[in-house]
Design a protein around this ligand. Structure first.
Ligand SMILES: C[S@@+](CC[C@H](N)C(=O)[O-])C[C@H]1O[C@@H](n2cnc3c(N)ncnc32)[C@H](O)[C@@H]1O
Length: 780
């Protein structure tokens, strides 16, 4: 036995290993904000302490406890856990120690152990307000609202002016749908601590959900409290961001608050810069900012003059061009407007007309005099080209324009052949009508404009399409596609991959699907779903938004993503690589042929797909056979009632005989715009899908579409012997409204009740029925 081991065995070792002067130094450094000093003292302190601490003497408790606290403060959580567990072995009845252990466990994701420690602390000292409050937070995270409320209330009995407990109480009340009380408590927390950004954030959520609940319950007449709450929700999240702009959840909340607002030009500079920042933020979906930014553009004084001139004329002639171009340049001079055109499909007919008419006027000017100074700055033309590409050139063109574009392509080729510099305006203008990769020597053009303002446009219109073409060959084929409907669906998505998304909201990462389901559906029985196994099958992954959002949600998962369409898969693979995501593998396959697959999965996701199969339940059954017993499945199906406008549109398409071709789709768009008195058709003009070729093809011209009502979903679940676990609801007001109406169903799982609920709120499932089901643990 070595000397050190001999000393440990004799119980002598620890006392001089803990240098108490060093403990004091580390604590002082932490208090003074001297992190480096604290780290240094801590390193020296623990260097002498092996991971296995051996036999400690009882009076080393304080030293171990202090070291554990220092480790916690330095963020060395695993080390803190080891030190505190050791201290706990020396003395089990120390309330402060149990509280510190709870902090370590919580940070390590061991929520149940953390709750156990806080309960021990409170059994020793029931007057610990912080322990009650922290227990409340953990219970709230676990979805145990009632117990959480009780813990916060007990904390506040002990310490009335306790901002953390007021914040927790308010948040628990918000979750339970008691918005008025929630706001009062959150405002009290903020009054006590005005820079408490988390309370501002929770207040914003409470106000927004209150507004949504009041709006949803009110029918046609919207009470004034709705807009008042919505405004205060926005102000609150701006306050949170003012204090701390580093929290991604605050940006997502900002997006959801501002997304429902119509603003007026000119807007407050603070809001303007937040909107610009939000458009770039990974936690924000730029499409969700369309409404506020479009409303700013629409109220621009020059836009109003443009609207009048567009009503009077369809094209802009030579005489009107200078004034029109000045106004268009002034509207597009605002970076918000340009970023919107670049980053999303803008769901507004007038802004689309502005783009179409501007490109037409510029092309006519070019045709008259190719050497003339362009009437609109290059960055504005490039933004219009980006928008035209985003919409997949859904706006038609005249015969003259088609001829001039062909001439423009020839002029670009001739200039290059003669080694003359191609004016950047020419390329931008071409990109307003055709994808730049259609030009001769497109790759060379891309490298020539590399360091010019056209760099981003060339990347989108040359680099990305060419990369997708290359990636197609890297995608393996897992099954044949032989079913007639599958083949037709494949052809549709080969021609028009959908959705052609640009950005994705990063969302909150979860430890595992099991942990996610436990927090989402606390009452659900998901025993048997392994926390560790991270294998997920995504059937019908489309263009990657779905598997990538799953990969971001479950970063430890290994995902197999399948689709019929290689064009969609190539888009998905390009985006996956661009985002640096390494845990998604893609392959081409038909769901109906998947019984040839040997692997079984604990988790399968299939959203927005089964309704495109000839026989959805046959596909669902095949996927069910690939699930392990006790495995779970996330499904998304079209709701018949939520898609009543699509039903109407499909009737129009059939009656008018619009073919599913670019020209047929354009003719349908013109029909809809000319029939804005039809309330169902008028809904399309507000949907982003109406403004892109693939969006409209998917929305209205799908070769195969089934829609369902909830009783049918219930019947299919019973036939497949799946247990319904719960909905993922996109409308935050839906769950509280459901709870208020059906208090006897706290798990929110009665499909009969949901059917009645949907009947009275027909847009509840506008983004499909999205739900989780579980396969029985034992079949047979
Ligand atoms: C509207 S997209 C939805 C994609 C994705 N799940 C999402 O939520 O973004 C529908 C996709 O389902 C795919 N699909 C339809 N029928 C399929 C089948 N039988 N097997 C595999 N994929 C299918 C289509 O190719 C298309 O890409």
């Amino acid at each position: 036995m070595g000397e050190r081991k001999r000393r440990l065995a004799a119980g002598q070792g620890l006392r001089h290993r803990f240098d108490r002067a060093l403990i004091a130094t580390a604590l002082r450094a932490l208090e003074a904000g001297d992190r480096a000093g604290a780290e240094n003292a801590f390193e020296r302190l623990v260097a002498a302490v092996p991971d296995d601490l051996g036999t400690a003497a009882a009076d080393d408790f304080d030293a171990l406890h202090a070291c554990g606290v220092i480790a916690l403060q330095l963020g060395r959580t695993a080390r803190a856990e080891a030190l505190l567990v050791k201290a706990n072995a020396l003395r089990d009845r120390d309330a402060a120690l149990h509280c510190h252990l709870a902090i370590a466990y919580r940070r390590l994701g061991k929520a149940d152990a953390a709750i156990g420690e806080l309960e021990k602390a409170l059994a020793l000292d029931p007057a610990l307000a912080a322990a009650h409050s922290n227990l409340g937070n953990l219970l709230l995270e676990r979805g145990d609202h009632e117990a959480a409320l009780h813990s916060f209330e007990r904390a506040l009995v002990i310490r009335q002016d306790y901002p953390e407990a007021l914040n927790g109480l308010g948040d628990a009340q918000r979750t339970a749908g008691h918005y008025e009380r929630a706001c009062t408590n959150l405002e009290r927390a903020i009054a006590l601590d005005p820079v408490f950004h988390e309370a501002w954030y929770n207040l914003s959520r409470a106000r927004a959900q209150w507004a949504a609940a009041l709006g949803g319950a009110s029918g046609a007449e919207v009470p004034p409290q709705v807009s008042e709450n919505a405004e205060r929700a926005l102000e609150s999240i701006l306050s949170a961001l003012q204090i701390n702009a580093d929290n991604a959840a605050y940006w997502t909340q900002f997006e959801s608050c501002v997304g429902d607002f119509d603003l007026r030009h000119p807007i407050d500079p603070r809001l303007h810069s937040r909107l610009l920042e939000a458009l770039e933020h990974p936690a924000v979906d730029p499409s969700a900012l369309a409404r506020p930014i479009v409303s700013v553009v629409m109220t621009h004084p020059d836009m109003q003059a443009i609207e009048r001139s567009l009503v009077a004329n369809e094209t802009i002639d030579e005489v009107a061009l200078p004034e029109f171009a000045r106004r268009a340049s002034s509207v597009l001079g605002d970076a918000l407007a340009r970023r919107l055109l670049e980053g999303i499909v803008v769901p507004n007919a007038l802004i689309q007309s502005l783009c179409a008419v501007t490109r037409g006027a510029l092309l006519a000017q070019w045709a008259r005099d190719p050497a003339a100074d362009p009437a609109v700055p290059l960055d504005c033309v490039a933004a219009i080209a980006q928008q035209a590409f985003n919409t997949e050139y859904v706006n038609g063109e005249s015969a003259a324009e088609s001829e001039w574009v062909a001439r423009l392509a020839r002029s670009i080729a001739e200039a290059r052949a003669d080694s003359r510099a191609v004016p950047l305006h020419w390329c931008a203008l071409y990109g307003c009508y055709r994808t730049l990769h259609q030009l001769d020597a497109a790759e060379e053009i891309a490298s020539e404009v590399e360091s010019t303002p056209l760099h981003a446009l060339a990347e989108r219109q040359i680099g990305e399409p060419l990369e997708e073409r290359r990636l197609r060959s890297a995608i393996p084929q897992l099954t044949q596609v032989s079913d007639v409907v599958s083949e037709a669906v494949k052809d549709q998505y080969e021609a028009n991959p959908y959705p052609r998304w640009l950005r994705i909201r990063s969302g909150e990462a979860q430890r595992s699907v099991a942990a996610f389901l436990r927090s989402r559906f606390p009452g659900a029985d998901i025993r048997g779903l392994d926390d560790a196994s991270g294998r997920i099958l995504i059937a019908g992954c489309g263009t990657g938004r779905h598997p990538i959002s799953t990969a971001l949600r479950f970063p430890d998962a290994r995902i197999l993503a399948l689709d019929l369409s290689k064009a969609s898969l190539a888009y998905a693979l390009r985006k996956t690589r661009a985002l640096g995501i390494g845990n998604v593998e893609y392959a081409q396959a038909d769901i109906l042929e998947l019984d040839s697959l040997a692997e079984r999965f604990p988790v399968i996701e299939c959203t927005g797909v089964l309704h495109h199969l000839k026989d959805p339940i046959a596909g669902w059954r095949t996927l069910g056979s690939l699930l392990v017993p006790g495995g779970v499945m996330r499904v998304g199906l079209y709701s018949d009632i939520a898609r009543r406008h699509v039903v109407r549109a499909r009737e129009v398409v059939a009656a008018e005989g619009f073919p599913p071709t670019p020209d047929g789709i354009r003719a349908f768009r013109r029909f809809v715009l000319a029939h804005d008195g039809d309330p169902l058709l008028a809904r399309f003009a507000r949907s982003e899908d109406f403004y892109s070729m693939s969006g409209l093809r998917d929305l209205v011209f799908n070769v195969q579409e089934h829609r369902f009502a909830l009783p049918q979903v219930a019947a299919m679940l019973s036939e497949l012997r799946f247990e319904f676990l719960g909905f993922e609801l996109s409308d935050p007001a839906a769950a509280p409204a459901y709870r208020a109406r059906f208090p006897g169903d706290p798990a929110l799982t009665s499909l009969d009740n949901w059917h009645a609920f949907e009947d009275s709120r027909p847009d509840t499932f506008a983004r499909m029925y999205q739900f989780w089901v579980r396969k029985p643990r034992r079949t047979g």
